[in-house]
Design a protein. Structure first.
Length: 422
């Protein structure tokens, strides 16, 4: 028997009378017919519970990393639950502000912030700026000289750690476009310059070693390397960044946000630091809250090779398999507990052989054209990394809670596809 591991589904999942998947009281098959497919379905209480967990686990501050999934509803949800928001571009900043999040609750990231992005943030007195380069310090100094308010800043340090994760999402190694290298001497120079510059109020240091990291050990090492910089320079804040991994497929097991925080706080105690510790979880807040629903359109068995199952989305709503070779599970929402005895390759509708969603997806043997097929754990870096490739309109997003579905991002129309053409 190969049944979908229940732990990969949103918290408030249940099985309906016909064996179908119900999320937060909403029948997923009815959601597919009401809102169409592809469709991102988020369990709203699951999102809220993870935000609350992060706020409890990091009393020094928990910032939701908006790049994992951002729309106005998500920004206001995280804010309502007591999180600040981490934004890394002017666009993310704009969406968070449009959702009503005060600038004081935003942390501005980015390795190449433009003068304009910085000017807006400084003028609105953004909560923190995480400084990533000497050029950025130059820009802040120019803006403050022109009369903008002095920002509170953290300096992003690069500790020289290669966390066990995909190379494209490692960010703590010496060879990185992010931050100031500790081994190169840049970190020392950046802190000295920021501490003596009247244009910035230096309050702490930041480190982000990567994403989809399962071992708490790497975060402890980051604290051991970066923590002493707080002590040596009398800084009150340490941000440990984000990066906590989540289970995507059968057999994977990730620490909870609470366990992650405990490991970080232990390491801080061991180093003997008296600092405010904050963190920036993204994936671990939203990934497992989301499920994507697709409609199966074509089934193409190639004897002795494989069976291709093509759905109505693909790399435009989930580019992770193409970018990182990421694995996913598959199931049929009409029979969520069914044995998945057939192995197929789930592909999208884009004009690329690489347009793959699930390499060896298990499905029930009676899979048929017209079925709704789902991939779980698609709440992070799917919608946010999506595109319009092949002019495929972006999917809608619904939040479900207590038996009610709320459309939070409508499906893109063909008209939308023309709105930038002049
Ligand atoms: C991407 C990113 C995060 C969030 O990472 P997750 O792996 O989604 O938790 C947090 N902080 C910074 C600076 C990032 O770049």
């Amino acid at each position: 028997m190969s049944v979908l591991p229940w732990s990969l589904l949103p918290d408030n999942s249940s099985v309906g009378p016909a064996g179908q998947l119900v999320v937060a009281g909403c029948d997923t098959l009815e959601l597919a017919s009401e809102f169409g497919t592809p469709l991102f379905v988020y369990d709203e209480d699951h999102l809220r519970a993870r935000c609350r967990e992060a706020v409890r686990a990091f009393p020094g501050g928990a910032q939701y990393a908006t790049k994992a999934f951002l729309c106005k509803a998500m920004a206001s949800l995280a804010y309502e639950e007591g999180m600040q928001l981490d934004v890394s571009t002017g666009g993310e900043y704009h969406v968070a502000r449009a959702a009503g999040v005060p600038a004081q609750h935003l942390v501005l990231h980015g390795n190449n912030k433009s003068e304009q992005e910085l000017a807006v943030a400084l003028r609105e007195r953004v909560g923190r700026v995480v400084v990533d380069s000497f050029d950025e310090l130059d820009r802040i100094e120019r803006l403050v000289a022109e009369g903008l308010p002095v920002p509170q800043v953290l300096i992003r340090l690069t500790p020289g750690i290669e966390a066990h994760t995909h190379e494209y999402v490692q960010t703590g190694q010496d060879d990185s476009k992010f931050g100031f290298g500790i081994h190169t001497g840049a970190a020392e120079e950046a802190i000295r310059r920021a501490a003596s510059s009247p244009a910035v109020a230096l309050v702490g240091v930041h480190v982000h070693i990567g994403s989809q990291i399962f071992e708490a050990d790497f975060f402890e090492r980051a604290v051991h390397i970066v923590g002493p910089w707080c002590r040596d320079h009398g800084l009150a804040e340490l941000s440990i960044g984000g990066g906590l991994g989540v289970a995507y497929v059968e057999g994977e097991d990730a620490p909870t946000i609470t366990e992650w925080a405990a490991a970080v706080h232990r390491a801080v105690d061991r180093v003997g630091l008296d600092v405010r510790v904050s963190a920036e979880p993204g994936r671990s807040i939203v990934a497992q809250a989301g499920v994507t629903l697709y409609t199966v359109g074509t089934i193409k068995p190639i004897p002795g090779i494989r069976t291709y199952v093509a759905v109505d989305g693909g790399m435009s709503d989930n580019p992770r398999p193409v970018l990182y070779d990421s694995g996913y599970e598959t199931f049929l929402p009409r029979a969520v507990l069914a044995d998945r005895s057939k192995v197929v390759t789930v592909v999208g509708k884009h004009c690329e052989s690489g347009d793959l969603l699930v390499r060896d997806g298990k499905v029930p043997a009676d899979l048929a054209v017209g079925d709704i097929l789902a991939t779980p754990v698609t709440g992070a870096y799917g919608h946010s990394m999506g595109s319009n490739y092949n002019k495929v309109p972006r999917p809608a997003v619904v939040f479900v809670r207590n038996g009610t579905a709320r459309l939070v991002v409508r499906r893109e129309t063909y008209e939308d596809l023309l709105r930038l053409d002049v």
